[in-house]
Design a protein around this ligand. Sequence first.
Ligand SMILES: Cc1cc2nc3c(=O)[nH]c(=O)nc-3n(C[C@H](O)[C@H](O)[C@H](O)COP(=O)(O)OP(=O)(O)OC[C@H]3O[C@@H](n4cnc5c(N)ncnc54)[C@H](O)[C@@H]3O)c2cc1C
Length: 421
Amino acid sequence: MSRSADFLVVGAGIIGLSIARELKRRHPDQSVLVLEKEDRLGRHSSGRNSGVLHSGLYYAPGSLKARLCRQGAAELARFHEQHGLPLRRCGKLLVPTHPERAEAMTVLEERAWQNGVQVERLDEGELRRLEPETRSATGEALWVPETAVGTPAAVLPALLGEVEALGATLQRGAELRNVDVARRQAILSSGERLSFGLAINAAGLQADRVAHRFGVGTRYALLPFKGLYWRLDPASGIHLNHLVYPVPELGILYLGVHTTTASDGTVYLGPTAVPAWGRENYRGLAGIDPRELPRIAGQLISMGWRDTDGFRQQAWQEGRRCFKPWFFEAARQLLPRLRPEHLQPAAKVGLHPRLYDRERGRLVKDFVLEEGRHSLHILGATSPAWTSAFPFARHVCDWLAASSSPVSASPSPEPIEGLSA
Ligand SMILES: Cc1cc2nc3c(=O)[nH]c(=O)nc-3n(C[C@H](O)[C@H](O)[C@H](O)COP(=O)(O)OP(=O)(O)OC[C@H]3O[C@@H](n4cnc5c(N)ncnc54)[C@H](O)[C@@H]3O)c2cc1C
């Protein structure tokens, strides 16, 4: 007899687990099964990120990111405290590294107020007192006291504990390979078939592939960008009290090379956002899928050709940063006393799944939810999805409550005409 679940969640990253917890809170009598293709948690973005609880000042007012990030940061900080996980409430400085970023700083300051984020404009003296190691090209900086740094690797097991305590189940080493939408059956890598009432796709870097198997979101494809970090040599004599970020150029998708002091005190510089050649291409040639190379290259070339959102300049600027001299150049703009030998290779590396819209030929900036028959798909859950995960899960469940009929895995063992996506 085949197993079944009322709710089938694909992916046990922070998004999948948060959704599983919220589903169980709202529907204690219905079964929730989370499928995870890896044998351990945190192999992908949720275990490899910077761990910054973003305050939410960058995002366009009214966007999903702006709405969920601020609330999410407060909830994730509380989660750390409740579970006794390390959390540094260190605040962050936004520093213009070029005189022409003064205008961008003003825009960000206004946006912060619109998004309800507390910021303070500092003059040169105040900046020097707060963070003597950095410098501002305009003499001013923004101080964001609410930003904190958490512990991504510890959050997932703690969250799983809550999910399981509510009665949901995690199946590890279980990859969703295919789906029979008409029968509402998921086909796993083992060949096993699982019946479900509703499937929720939270597969991170693979979310577009999973969605396409349901016949959903075919206009989207994920493009992976590599986030490489360097470690600051503790013997460098550079001591940082806060996180230090450059004021980014307006309209670009990345925050720029910045500093993050992890909960164990290690100072990381990065991450980059250089094109990767596979969804799991963390190092060298590993994780490159030759079948995907032409698609990835083609979409990058297309964006370069059209120069959408200043892509050419971004690609040139970011692409070079996989080489130490260019990375160092970006980092030294923030920390003038930095020398090349202060940068030590770091094992830390992550992949940003950017959502490419084939119809518009550009990258999507906000989170995207796509609905199919018996399924909901979370596409492009890029930063700050780690920060926003808890209210994001409520948003997903509200969406389901507003749009769907009662969910049950049982009533439809036979194909239903016309429901195949
Ligand atoms: C370098 C870097 C730095 C970042 N820094 C920050 C930060 O400081 N703050 C912040 O808020 N955000 C940050 N982010 C973003 C954040 O990490 C992600 O947005 C978030 O972790 C996404 O979570 P997820 O659950 O969607 O994806 P994931 O964590 O990737 O989880 C998806 C899971 O699905 C599983 N899966 C995939 N396909 C299948 C399948 N077919 N069947 C079963 N399971 C499957 C995968 O194995 C994986 O475990 C950063 C991201 C990167 C890459």
